[in-house]
Design a protein around this ligand. Structure first.
Ligand code: URA
Length: 463
């Protein structure tokens, strides 16, 4: 019997549970439609999204939607590599560049212990996204490296993994096409912030990488997509359940996004910050970035069997970062993907913003709060992010943070330096930043960067 999209929409709208067949037929209609054969219209997709947003999905519906999306196009088959595959995914942040450190750290750990077939013992098939809303995107950062090709097809990704232990690529049109269609409409229909739709979107893409294990960085705080700690935790729980039910060991770290991570937020400047760290130059404002990157890498090394605990894994990750092994792995990955590594000798020399302005503190006290989402939007308005999906991004736009929450501030001290290619783009972001910064007489209570771990074990003990 044919299942029509309208029947699926009506069922969900009226609070019934959708069957596997209904979800299968809806997702197939999505990806098989053509301009001449409109199996489902944009209006129907939007109605479906809103029905899910309002009524949610039960565990069986969520598993079904995630599975149908995962298999809606090509999937990466890691089995021929006979190695341990692992990835990390963040729900999106400001200045969040941990992928640029984690991939080389894990690759170095894998290269140091190859399999009997000579493949790195750990491989990271990282499929990343572009900047979205107020958050930055790994692909936009990588593409500031001249020649770096993020558009490898799956056979070339497998070859890069074999040689380097990590590959950093973008979603091709053939990987999880259902997400591409749904995501484009979610942005316009007020349905982005549904934990069910976020789960299906992120987990379908991650599970399409055929991973043995996955570590999720779920953001909490003013820069997170989810509006409260509870909602972020719920999302983390859904994603851990979904991963585990599909046979991928999955752990989520709930981590603070109350201020930009590290020293720089932008594109090339974030690559510069990571290159500095991998070459042993640790700026004090990069401490939170290094802490988070080591914690996430630590969990990954632990799940990959290279460390007896996540804490031991974090120490190992730090050793790999400081020894230069991560930098060597990074050079290998960048060269394999066609990037020009000569820029890394002096990354600061390749930062060419045409316009710069420094925002200074107007009072003395402690940096007590900021709306990190507003800071992210300021970075976007400087040109580092995009207003529409097809917009180009400016490699040299962004901000440098000069202080962290809790720091003592003297009036006149620099708080942020703004970079853009156009002097006229500086005014609005400067205003946005100055409006959102709070300097108070008393030091705020500092929150830990890593708030909570959600794992199969923690879910079991809570139930
Ligand atoms: N990132 C994704 O890939 N999907 C979402 O729904 C949200 C963030």
């Amino acid at each position: 019997m044919t299942i029509h999209p309208i029947d699926v929409i009506l069922h969900k709208r009226d609070g019934f549970s959708l069957s596997d067949e209904e979800i299968h037929s809806f997702v197939r209609a999505l990806v098989e439609r053509t301009p001449d054969r409109l199996l489902v219209t944009d209006a129907q997709i939007a109605a479906f999204l809103m029905a899910v947003f309002l009524n949610g999905l039960n565990p069986s519906e969520l598993a079904s939607l995630t599975r149908e999306m995962r298999f809606s196009g090509d999937t990466f088959d890691a089995a021929p590599l006979k190695t341990f595959t692992i990835d990390k995914h963040s729900t999106g942040g400001v200045g969040d560049k941990t992928s640029l450190l984690i991939a080389p750290v894990l690759a170095a750990a894998g290269l140091a212990h190859p399999t009997p077939e000579g493949v790195p013992g750990i491989c990271v098939p990282m499929i990343s996204g572009r900047s979205l809303g107020h958050t930055g995107g790994t692909l936009d950062k990588l593409e500031t490296i001249p020649g770096f090709n993020t558009q490898l097809d799956l056979p070339r990704m497998a070859e890069t993994l074999r040689r380097c232990g990590a590959a950093l690529i973008g979603q091709t049109p053939r990987i999880v096409p259902a997400d591409r269609i749904l995501y484009a409409l979610r942005d316009h229909t007020g349905t982005v912030e549904s934990p069910f739709l976020i789960n299906a979107s992120i987990m379908s893409k991650k599970l399409a990488e055929s991973l043995n294990a996955l570590v999720l960085d779920v953001k909490v705080g003013s820069g997170a997509f989810m509006p409260s700690y509870e909602r972020s935790k719920y999302l983390a729980e859904l994603m851990v359940q979904t991963g585990e039910a599909s046979g991928t060991r999955t752990v989520a770290l709930l981590t603070g996004m109350d201020e930009p991570l590290g020293r720089f937020s932008g594109n090339w400047i974030e690559v510069w910050e990571c290159v500095d760290i991998m070459r042993g130059r640790r700026h004090p404002l990069s401490s939170d970035l290094i802490e988070l990157s080591n914690a996430l890498s630590g969990w990954m090394l632990h799940l990959a069997g290279r460390a007896s605990s996540p804490q031991e894994g974090a120490l190992l990750a730090d050793r790999i970062l400081t020894s230069g092994e991560a930098y060597e792995a990074w050079l290998k990955i960048v060269q394999a993907q066609g990037g020009d590594t000569s820029l890394f000798d002096d990354p600061a020399a390749h930062h060419h913003p045409a316009a710069t302005r420094t925002l200074k503190a107007t009072e003395t006290g402690y940096l007590s709060s900021m709306d990190c989402k507003q800071v992210g939007w300021a970075v976007q308005r400087l040109g580092a992010g995009r207003a529409k999906p097809a917009d180009p991004v400016d490699a040299h736009a962004g901000i440098e943070s000069h202080a962290k929450l809790g720091d003592r501030i003297e009036a006149g001290q620099p708080l942020f330096t703004l970079f853009s290619s156009d002097e006229r783009l500086l005014d609005e972001p400067e205003q946005m930043l100055s409006e959102t910064i709070r300097i108070e007489p008393d030091a705020p209570v500092k929150q830990p960067l890593i708030r909570e771990i959600v794992s199969a074990a923690s879910l079991q003990s809570a139930s």
